[in-house]
Every structure is written in C-alpha cells, then in structure tokens.
Design a protein around this ligand. Structure first.
Ligand SMILES: Cc1ncc(COP(=O)(O)O)c(C=O)c1O
Length: 391
C-alpha cells in the first residue's frame, strides 16, 4: 500500500526553547504548543511527536471507474431533468434571504441522489452498534416513494461514528438513559430561554465546559442545527469567514444564512489559508475597502470524509498574526483523539482557550444526540441574547 507522508513542520512557536510563553519573529506573543491539556485546562509540557498524516493512494482503476460512473449518473440526471418536469416544490417567498440550495444542489438532490439513495440511506430499526437491522423497502418510482416489505435484514455497520462503542442497546449508557427518561421525560415542550432549562441541562453544560477546558458551554438538541443556527449569530454582513473547502454541510449552511462573505481555502493547506487572510486584510471589504468587521476562520478538528486532522498549531499562529477569530467543529475529534480524549486541542497540547468557539456533537463518540458550543462566558451569553455578537 503506497502512503503519502506529510511531515508536520514545526512552527516558530513550537521551535522555541522551554518556557510557556514567548514571542515569534513578528513580535507576537505565542504560547508553547507542545504539551497536553489537563482536566483543569492547564497545559502539561511534554516533548511532542512529529505530526505525520498518511493517506492511502487511490488505485488508478478505482479512480477512473468512480469518475466515469459519477459522470454517467450526472448525465442520466441531466437527461431526465429535461424530459420529466420536477415533482418538487420550488423555494418561494425568499426575497431578501439567501437561497437554501444552489442550482446544482437542487438538481443533484432531485435527479442524482434520489435515484441512488437506497444504496445507503435505508431506515434502521435497531441500535446503531457494530451491526444494524435494516427495515427492507422497495421503490417503484425511482426513489420518489418507498413501500416497506415487512422484512428486516441485518448488516455490518460501517456508516456511523460510534467511536467509543457507547451506542449499544445494553450497558450503562442505555440503562442510565432509560432511567433518566423515566424520571424527567424526554422533552420540556418549551425553548431553553423560556421554561425549557432544567437542572440536567445545566449539569450537562458545566460538564461539557469542564471536559473541553472552556469557561462555559451551551447545548442544543441537534448537532447540525448547532452550526447552522449559531453561526448566523456570530458573523453577519461585513464579516469575512475563511472556511476550509471540506467543511461540513452544517457549517456551510450556517455561513450562508449569516450573510457574511465566505472565502474558501484549500483543505488543511496553511499556505492557502495565509494567502486568503493576507489578501483579506490588505484589500478589506469589496468596493468600500473598509476593514472587515470580523474575520472568522472555520475548520473541523477531524474531517470525517478525508480522515485528516486540522493543523491547529499553525492555524492558531495565523489567527494571532492576522487577528482573526477561530471556530473549530470537533464533531469527529471530541472523544476520539487526544491523550485524554478531549479532542484536537488535547491532541496538539494546545490551551483550549486559544480557540474562540469550540463546537462539538454528542452524536459520534458519545453515542447520543445533540451538540454544544463552548467558549468564554461573555461570548456565549452574547450568542444567547443578541442576534449578532461581537466576539
Ligand atoms: C463536522 C460535523 N459537524 C456537525 C455535524 C452534525 O451533527 P449531527 O449529526 O449531530 O446533527 C456532523 C455530522 O455528521 C459533522 O460531521
């Protein structure tokens, strides 16, 4: 198996000799990034191993057949879209709002994805453990509607992110959850800000904040919505978001809804990020050339489709250099990497408080549902009470 090895090059901050704080060559204050985060958030200094990422090379035949297959399906989709009129609703009354789907996305979901989705998108009727029970169904109209056959099949689960094995039908996680649901019910029927906050929410938020090493955290019932609905309260028109090209759909939707200008940098490529930040700072806003109200870098801890780990120490250095803010989505890194399982900040031994917003979900490693954003008390209070916050 051929492997592509990328050795992590040590940044100025990391090359500094012992001592928790120093200055880089631009005179900017930088903290050493070679320790591990303790439970109380302090950083223990330790010699760091080089950061080596290895990716399997795709065999030419696999790449070629995938490419041809994908383009054939697209071609069939285009032909069907010309012959058959769409059966789906169009977006209406969205004057003043950004469209929820661009033209390609709506074409893709109607004419390409719909025909194929039954290959992987099948309802399950069991706990998503190492095996899943599928509810068999058939379609007679190319995936527009389905009929259940009444039978079930068991399949090996390669599709969910049960990193720590907590999502099982037996064991303390499911039994304790059942006890709590019996005691407290499974909904408050009110938003958090009205009457929906229970002691258990506050306990969860305090525990989450302590676990990720931040001052405070707010929790939400859905990971996707945590990104999609909170990003618009962090950035708005006049702000620039510098987003990794492989960011998750929930981040992309949140950024689109925010009305902020979005600039994309190449996946995990620090030179590309530096160039985008550099030109943003030099040019400012289009036409007026005023400085951006805020520049926010948005990345993920671990990218689920690529398996790559964000180059956090280098991003932190660029963040400081260009006075930007940083939002890290830890959906796939929390619980999964780092010496204490505390995510990518723990993995690199970075002080979590250097990141402005640490977002994560309970859906993957924790085998549950929902999401959180963690940060300083001040920032989070502003997110709750003000439509657009100044971090
Ligand atoms: C990076 C990332 N962020 C957010 C989410 C949304 O999380 P949830 O599935 O809990 O809605 C996902 C889901 O896969 C994800 O991969």
């Amino acid at each position: 198996m051929a492997l592509d090895k990328t050795e992590y090059s040590m940044s100025a901050a990391e090359k500094m000799s012992n001592g928790a704080v120093g200055r880089n060559k631009n005179g900017v204050r930088v903290d050493r990034l070679d320790g591990h985060v303790h439970q109380n958030g302090s950083v223990k200094k330790e010699k760091r191993r080089p950061f080596i990422e290895s990716f399997e090379k795709i065999p030419l035949l696999t790449a070629a057949t995938t490419f041809i297959g994908f383009h054939l399906i697209l071609l069939m989709g285009y032909i069907t879209s010309i012959i058959f009129t769409p059966k789906v609703a169009r977006e209406k009354n969205r004057k003043g709002y950004v469209p929820l789907y661009d033209r390609f996305e709506s074409f893709y979901s109607r004419y390409v994805y719909r025909r194929l989705r039954d290959c992987w998108n099948i309802p399950i009727c069991s706990c998503p453990g190492s095996e899943v029970t599928l509810k068999d169904r058939v379609t007679h109209d190319c995936g527009w509607t389905f009929e259940y056959t009444g039978t079930r099949s068991t399949a090996l689960n390669l599709g969910s992110y049960n990193y720590l094995g907590f999502a099982q039908a037996e064991g303390s996680c499911s039994e304790d959850s059942a006890v709590k649901i019996k005691e407290l019910g499974c909904a408050t029927a009110s938003p958090r800000i009205e009457f929906g906050t229970q002691k258990i929410h506050q306990e969860l938020e305090a525990l989450t904040a302590k676990f990720v090493g931040m001052e405070d955290a707010i929790t939400f019932g859905m990971g996707f919505a945590t990104n999609a609905l909170n990003l618009p309260s962090i950035v708005s028109k006049g702000c620039l978001v510098v987003s990794d090209e492989k960011n998750h759909a929930s981040l992309i939707l949140g950024l689109r809804l925010s009305g902020a200008t979005i600039d994309v940098f190449k996946h995990n490529n620090m030179e590309s990020l530096r160039q985008v930040l550099h030109s943003a700072v030099i040019k400012g806003q289009p036409r007026s050339h005023r400085p951006w109200k805020k520049i926010l870098i948005v990345v993920e801890g671990v990218y689920s489709m690529e398996g790559s780990i964000v180059r956090l120490p280098e991003i932190l250095e660029l963040k400081r250099q260009y006075k930007a803010y940083l939002y890290v989505d830890e959906a796939h890194s929390i619980g999964a990497i780092g010496r204490n399982g505390r995510g990518v900040v723990d993995y690199f031994g970075v002080d979590p408080k250097e990141v402005d917003i640490l977002m994560g979900t309970y859906t993957k490693s924790f085998g549950s549902a929902g999401g959180y954003i963690a940060g300083s008390k001040v920032n989070l209070t502003k997110i709750i009470f003000f439509p657009v916050v100044r971090l």
